[in-house]
Design a protein around this ligand. Structure first.
Ligand code: V07
Length: 266
């Protein structure tokens, strides 16, 4: 009896999601979605599991959301996987986290290639363990010819570090005389950030109920719509992503395709 009920329910959920996806595709989609994937530790704690079990489950969500975002037609998905502050966590946890890129790529690289996903990475890669570096470099290289969704991992990333690095590069150029002080514009600064080849995020999602940016893409998020949810990252699913996209589109609709800043200028 129960299995009959479950069998009936499944297609209803799927067709609802398909319908929502198709409706969203009629309107302008957020081209670039950035996500702070929070709540993995809390998810594990709720189940009396070690924190690393939450990270592992979070990795499964990365796979699920990447596939769905690509399917919807999102162009860029940036995921905050490891911050410069995360080194302060217990060594055992850090060691485990540093194994996840290998684990992820060992399992899903063929799938990403088949889905035409291009893997990119931002952050200070030099400070990562060699085995982590190798896994990421391999994934970036093997997917560099793909032209579908850009899956951009922020790993050992910190926005202030990124800004410092860009200021240093710019000052260097001024000292060398390649550029003058007057050449320093918003575009010039943007072109020295780790996101120089990407568009700015249209939508930022943070899971797990925290309402702050935690040193994530401070410059790039200047005009971005924010979506905060109490859902923990391992529980985040396709329907949650659709909720965020629909909310984004509703807000965009309000301004008749114009951004709020443009409306205010009129
Ligand atoms: C990590 C799983 C997702 C929740 C957030 C913390 C834990 C995927 C990757 C990854 C990174 C680079 C790459 C391929 C996969 C990853 C870390 C943590 C450090 F090329 N998930 N995930 N990396 N978590």
């Amino acid at each position: 009896m129960l299995s009959k009920l479950l069998r009936k329910r499944q297609p209803v959920i799927t067709s609802d999601l398909t319908k929502r996806k198709e409706l969203a595709q009629i309107e302008q989609l957020p081209a670039h979605i950035a996500v702070i994937m929070d709540g993995n530790g809390r998810w594990a704690k709720k189940r009396s599991l070690p924190r690393i079990a939450g990270h592992y489950e979070g990795m499964q969500t990365v796979r699920k959301i990447t596939r769905f975002a690509n399917d919807v037609g999102i162009k860029t998905l940036t995921l905050y996987a490891f911050s410069t502050e995360n080194w302060k966590r217990p060594k055992k946890e850090v060691d485990y986290l540093m194994r996840l890129p290998e684990e992820f790529m060992g399992t899903y690289l063929p799938e990403l290639i088949e889905q035409n996903v291009q893997v990119q990475m931002m952050g200070n890669i030099d400070l990562l363990p060699d085995h982590t570096k190798r896994a990421i470099t391999k994934a970036v290289e093997k997917t560099s010819h793909n032209d579908g969704l850009i899956l951009n991992f922020a790993l050992n990333y910190g926005s202030r570090d990124e800004i410092i690095q860009s200021v240093q590069q710019i000052v260097n150029k001024v000292q060398l005389g390649t550029i003058s002080c007057d050449d320093i514009t918003e575009d010039l600064i943007s072109s020295h950030l780790m996101t120089k080849d990407l568009t700015e995020p249209d939508l930022l999602i943070r899971t797990s109920g925290e309402i702050r940016l935690s040193n994530f893409m401070l410059w790039q998020l200047a005009y971005t719509e924010f979506w905060f949810t109490n859902t923990l990252w391992p529980d985040f699913d396709e329907a949650c992503l659709m909720d965020a996209i629909e909310s984004y589109q509703k807000r965009n609709r309000k301004y008749g395709g114009l951004r709020e800043e443009d409306v205010e200028k009129k």
